[in-house]
Design a protein around this ligand. Structure first.
Ligand code: GDP
Ligand code: IMO
Ligand code: MG
Length: 428
């Protein structure tokens, strides 16, 4: 039985939550391995809408065990708020487990995220302001606070003191703010310590044993390939590794155990926050995609920037993640267009690029080279097999498949759980 990694192919919000939920009933464990409450996944079940941030989307499937890996950063207040909200709607969250090595988002890191963005002014990244970047920075600088630290009061105090020694110099001397007291940080942690204790496990051991027993494990990425801190459009990225390799480092399951990599690719492209975006549309076509696709952020409510399908990005995602299967989502949103352009390559200063330019400066200057395919006007939301789709919608998928170099196994034709076309099984 397989270990499957599920990643976003573009700049996020491709529909990873729905895809995870779709697989839910066929998997035993769903593992979130990177990011934190910067993510926002909307899942629609029987017309009921659920917005998840920190919890793996598998939490909505009875029987599936949701796991938060060591690669995630957790804001405890948000975690329990989300758990309580789901419980109030009758969702059982009692199976949730979390790694002892997961880092915690502290109040001073939330503040730091916001003040740094403010200080950057026009050079800001457009972060979600949730403290994600500063918390990963602390982890790398080895001054972070981990879940297991909560259970050793003296270590916890020492670590918070050490972190605040430097942070408070910055708050007071650079940002002209008041210093943060050690006790106010400890008091916030104390609110959640006992509630958290029974959920804490050795995630690496748990998952390896589960795989040994033939269980199916799905690793669900937050964010996406081009937001990856190593392989994305730095500096306009998040601070973790949402690419397939991150599933291993973020959970403790080795690469030799991974069987499949599924990438979610929206039928067009969106981006939230700053940074280069070659196929971005600043005209009425972009507005059409935003309105037809309801492209407003699940986490911050910001309107998402919209543009055409970029298969240079798709090919890059296939290569960086080792994609075995693509899920193309939101094909229904393209219904009603006369022509559907696909970006097949870039022009950078008169030179054609079929692959992502190596240099970020070139990527900033990339002009899309389009192929225009004929559109379709039929409602496709009730199609359940590839043959049900209008000929032009089929031709669009087949051309995208050819350009991105991996099979398109599933196609999304609406937000609902059943609004999909399965061409090949995602489980192999
Ligand atoms: P995620 O962050 O990758 O999980 O994606 P989001 O949930 O932020 O954004 C995807 C949005 O598209 C959600 O509102 C989904 O309900 C919706 N969605 C997912 N698949 C489809 C689809 O095939 N068609 C349509 N119309 N909406 C979809
Ligand atoms: P899901 O999982 C889209 C973007 C932010 C910003 C940049 C850095 O729903 O696809 P951060 O707060 O992470 O330091 O912000 O990354 N960003 C996302 N954009 N979808 C997301 O998650 C995102 N998570 C972060 O807008 O540009
Ligand atoms: Mg999202």
């Amino acid at each position: 039985m397989p270990a499957i990694v599920l990643v976003g192919a573009q700049w996020g919000d491709e529909g990873k939550g729905k895809a995870t939920d779709l697989l839910g009933s066929r998997i035993d464990y769903v593992v979130k391995f990177n990011g934190g409450n910067n993510a926002g996944h909307t899942v629609v079940i029987d017309g009921e809408k659920y917005a998840l941030h920190l919890l793996p989307s598998g939490i909505l499937t009875p029987g599936c065990i949701p796991v938060i890996g060591n690669g995630v950063v957790v804001d405890l207040a948000v975690l329990f708020e989300e758990i309580d909200a789901l419980n109030a709607r009758g969702i059982d969250t009692s199976r949730l487990v979390i790694s002892a090595n997961t880092h915690l988002i502290t109040p001073y890191n939330r503040v730091l995220d916001k003040v740094t963005e403010r200080f950057l002014g026009s050079r800001r990244l457009g972060t979600t302001g949730r403290g994600i970047g500063p918390t990963y920075a602390d982890k790398m600088a080895r001054v972070g606070i981990r879940v297991q630290d909560l259970f050793d009061e003296s270590i916890l105090r020492q670590k918070v003191e050490a972190a605040l020694e430097v942070k408070n110099q910055m708050f007071v001397k650079i940002y002209n703010r008041r210093a943060v007291e050690v006790d106010e940080v400890l008091d916030e942690f104390k609110l959640y310590t006992e509630r958290l204790r029974p959920m804490v496990v050795d995630v690496a051991l748990l998952l390896t044993r589960a795989l040994d027993e033939g269980k199916t494990v799905l690793f669900e990425a937050g964010q996406a390939t081009l937001l990856d801190v190593d392989h994305g459009t730095d500096p306009f990225v998040t601070s973790s590794n949402p690419t397939a390799g991150g599933a291993c480092t973020g959970s403790g399951v080795p690469p030799t155990r991974i069987d499949r990599v599924i990438a979610i690719l929206k039928a067009y492209t969106t981006r939230v926050g700053e940074g280069p975006f070659p196929t971005e549309l600043l005209d009425d076509k972009g507005e059409f995609l935003r309105e037809a696709g309801a492209e407003y952020g699940t986490t911050t409510g910001r309107p998402r920037r919209c543009g055409w399908m970029d298969t240079v990005v798709g090919r890059y995602a296939a290569r960086i993640n080792g994609v075995t299967d693509f899920v193309v989502t939101k094909l229904d949103v393209l219904t009603g267009l006369d022509q559907v352009p696909i970006c097949v390559a870039y022009d950078v200063g008169g030179e054609r690029y079929d692959e992502m330019p190596m240099s970020q400066s070139d990527f900033h200057h990339a002009k899309p080279i389009y192929e225009n395919l004929p559109g379709w006007s039929e409602d496709i939301s009730t199609c359940r097999s590839f043959e049900d789709l209008p000929a032009n919608a089929r031709a669009y998928i087949l051309r995208v498949e050819e350009l991105i170099g991996a099979r398109v196994s599933t196609i999304g034709v609406g937000p609902g759980r059943d609004e999909i076309i399965e061409r090949h099984s995602l489980l192999g």
